[in-house]
Each structure stands twice: as C-alpha cells, then as structure tokens.
Design a protein around this ligand. Structure first.
Ligand SMILES: CC(C)(COP(=O)(O)OP(=O)(O)OC[C@H]1O[C@@H](n2cnc3c(N)ncnc32)[C@H](O)[C@@H]1OP(=O)(O)O)[C@@H](O)C(=O)NCCC(=O)NCCS
Length: 153
C-alpha cells in the first residue's frame, strides 16, 4: 500500500470510494434513505472538488486502485475517513490516520484530534484512543442520522 498526497485527478476515484464505502460498509447501521442522503448517487463531482480544495487529503492506493483516503484540517479535525469496501479491516484507515497524525505533528507534539464519527466508525476511533464527547443528531437532505463527536488528546 502506498500513501500519497491528493491530486485534483483523484476527485472522481475518491468520490467513488466514499460512495461505495457508505453504501456497503454502513448497510447494517443506516437504512437506504439515510445512506442515499449521506452519499448521493451519482456523487456530485463539483461539490467534491470544492470540498477537497479546503482540506488536506492523503490517499491510500495499491496497484493503481484506491484503497481509501483521509481528509483533515490544520486544527486536528478529521473530516473524512473512508476505506473501499474490498479493503476494509486490513489496516488502511489506521495507516491513513497515523500518516495524518505525522503530518499534523509539529516539533514532536502529538496533535489533538477530533471528528464526528458515524455508527460504523465509532469502534475504529475508540480503538485509536478517541472518546465520545457528544451524541448528535444530524439532518441532511431531510433525513436524520445519529453520529458521535469524538476527541483524542
Ligand atoms: C470506519 C472505517 C474508515 C474503518 O476502516 P478500516 O480500513 O476497515 O479500518 P482498520 O482496518 O484500520 O481497523 C482498525 C481497527 O478498528 C476497529 N474497527 C474497524 N472497523 C470496525 C468495524 N466495522 N467494527 C468493529 N471494529 C472495527 C478494529 O479494532 C480494527 O482492528 P481489527 O481489524 O484488527 O479488529 C471504514 O469502516 C469505513 O470506511 N466505514 C464506512 C464509512 C464511515 O463510516 N467512515 C467514517 C466517517 S466518520
């Protein structure tokens, strides 16, 4: 697996990873209406281009295929973390998180991190030392979702 910085040419591939990840990996936790509100089909590529422009993104790939990506902000906010369904539970998201921490670390200081985790992602972030600070209900495209604010550090 290779980790590298996002390039504009990755937009379509990463939007596809996001969409397939939500529809396959979140199927037990969120119903179809929730998954479609979270990840529209087809993805809106202009919206994705703009979103990536405002974030730092690291891509994981192997043999030219996308395995996953993480997008974060300088303040330690993990905005997006998605693994391709076929690559789940192989350490991809863990490697991406470790790389983001390395990039965010200045002069050896471990950065404080925070995120809004889906029900699918809570066990992952807990495993990485995050704690739930708040349960949230989010309304997107008229559909409500449960998620959890989590923090580490
Ligand atoms: C959450 C997500 C990013 C985890 O990606 P991943 O590459 O499978 O994670 P890793 O392989 O690095 O997992 C590391 C550890 O986290 C925990 N973990 C990860 N996914 C888990 C799951 N579905 N259930 C329980 N524990 C899980 C396990 O402890 C795992 O270690 P193990 O496989 O040795 O048991 C992935 O499931 C995903 O993309 N989900 C759908 C989209 C989503 O919810 N993204 C986050 C938005 S906030």
């Amino acid at each position: 697996m290779k980790l590298r910085r996002y390039r504009a040419a990755d937009t379509e591939g990463l939007a596809a990873v996001f969409t397939s990840s939500v529809h396959a990996l979140a199927v037990d936790q969120y119903d179809a209406a929730q998954r479609h509100a979270w990840a529209s089909l087809p993805p809106d590529l202009d919206e994705w281009r703009q979103r990536f422009e405002g974030l730092h993104t690291i891509v994981a790939e192997e043999a030219g295929s996308y395995l996953g990506f993480i997008s974060y902000e300088e303040n330690g906010h993990i905005d997006l973390l998605y693994t391709a369904p076929g690559a789940a539970r192989k350490g991809v998201a863990s490697a991406l998180l470790r790389e983001a921490v390395t990039q965010l670390s200045t002069a050896g200081d471990t950065p404080e991190l925070f995120t809004e985790a889906s029900l699918v992602a809570v066990p992952f972030f807990s495993r990485h030392g995050f704690e739930i600070t708040e349960e949230q209900t989010l309304v997107r495209r008229g559909v409500s979702f449960q998620r959890f604010a989590m923090r580490r550090g």
